[in-house]
Write a protein that binds this ligand. Sequence first.
Ligand code: PNW
Length: 463
Amino acid sequence: DTPQTDARPLAFPPGFVWGAATAAYQIEGAARDDGRGPSIWDTFSRVPGKVAGGDTGDVACDHYHRFRDDIGLMAGLGLPAYRFSVAWPRVQPDGSGPVNPRGIGFYDRLVDEVLQAGITPYATLYHWDLPQALEDRGGWTARDTALRFADYTGIVHDRLADRVDTWTTVNEPWVAAYLGYAAGVHAPGRTSAADAFRAAHHLLVAHGLATRRLRDGGARRVSLTLNLAPIVAGGTSEQDAAAADLVDAMLNRQFLDPVLHGAYAEPVLAVAARHGGLDHVRGDDLTVIAEPIDSLGINYYNPTYVAAAPGTPPNPAYPGCAGIAFPPAVPPLTAMGWPIVPDGLGDLLVRLSRDYPGVPLVVTENGAAFDDVPDADGRVRDDARIRYLDGHLRAAHAALTAGADLRGYLVWSLLDNFEWAEGYGKRFGIVYVDYADGRRLPKDSARWFRDVIARNGLGGEPA
Ligand code: PNW
C-alpha cells in the first residue's frame, strides 16, 4: 500500500546534505517565557481577521519545552542536518541593548542537544519575528533596523560560533518585505509600496552587514535564503514575455542581482523610483550587500504564472506592476492551493547555476501542506506528500545531472506548525502534531524520507 512514484533509483552525490527545517515563531510557543519580548507576529496575529482561526504562536508546537524530544525524533529519522531559526526577541527583547541570558541560553542548549544527536545545526538569524520595539521605530523601513540586526548577529554568533558552522542571515526577504509591508498579509501588516521597497533594501543591507559581522567573528559558512520561483508566462506574446520578465525582476533578480552581481536589476530601480524614490539606497550599500556568501539557500514551492492583462491594477504583492494578471492555479494543488510542479525546481536550479555561477546551492525549504488525518492507530498516510517530495527530488537530481551545483536538500517542515496567515490549519510537517495534547506522530513521509537519507537517494521500488 505504498504510493506510486516514478520508480527509477537515483543516487545523490556523496556528501549531499539531507535534513529538515523549522522556524522559531512557527514551532516554539512559550511566547512569554524566560524574558522573551514581543515580536511583530505576536502583535499581528492578534489583529482580528489577519490569521485564520485567530491562531497565534503563543503555544505552537511547544517546541521550547519539548526540544529534547523533537531532536530525539530527528535522530530517529536519521536526519543529518537541522535548520532552525533564532528568535531575535528572545535574545534581545527590545531588539537592541541588553542580552537576555535565558533567551540565548535556550539556543545554547538546543545546539548542544542537536550536536549530541549527531546532527549538524544550520542556524537562521531572521525568520520574520522582528522585535516589536524595532517595528515601533520603523521596522524594516528604517535603516537602523539593519544596524541593530548586525549587532544581534554578533551576539548570537559569539555565543554559538564554537558549535555552529553554517549561518543564514535572512530568510526570504521578498516575503518579509512584500507580504509584510505591501500586501499586508504578513506582519507587520502594512500596505505601502514605498515601505516595501525600503524594507526589501534594508533587509539586504541587514544581510550584508550581518555577513561582515559573521566573517569578522570567523564564521565558517555564511548564506542567505531566498524564496525563488520560475516565472511562467501564460502566452507567447511579447507582452506576456514582458510581464514575466518584470515579475522575475521583482521576485527573483531584486535579491539575486545585488547579492551575487553587486547591482540592482534595472526594472527594479525603475519601479522603486516611482514609488517613494531611491533615497534609501546609499553610497556603498551595494558593496555591503554583495559581500561574498558561501552558499545560496533556495526555498521552492511552485512556479509563478503570469499573463499580460492591460488595465489590471497591480497585485498587492507586486506594487508598481500594473497590467499583469496572476491566473488561478491549475491542479494538482496542495492544501495551500499551490500548484504541484516538480520540474519548476529543476528549471530554477539550472537557471541559477547558469546565471549566477560559482555559488553552491542548497534547497533550504521544499514541501507541501496536505489535509493529513491520523487513522485509528495513529498512522498518517500522506502518500501525496511522498509523491510531492519524490517528484521534487527527481527534478533536483536531473538538475544536478545538468550541471547545477546543488549541495543539499532540507524538507519543509519537520513538524506541522503555525503556517503564518493560515494558522495551524495547514500542515507541512513530515511529523504530525496533535495540537490538543502536543503529541508527535511521524507520518509515512517521515519514514520514507528516512529511507531516502539512508540510501542517499531514491530507491528502485515504488517509494
Ligand atoms: C515560506 N508566498 O514562506 C517560509 O519560509 C516558511 O516559514 C513557510 O512556512 C513556508 O514557506 C510555507 O509557506 C512562504 O506566498 C510564504 O509566496 C508565502 C509565500 C512563499 C513562502
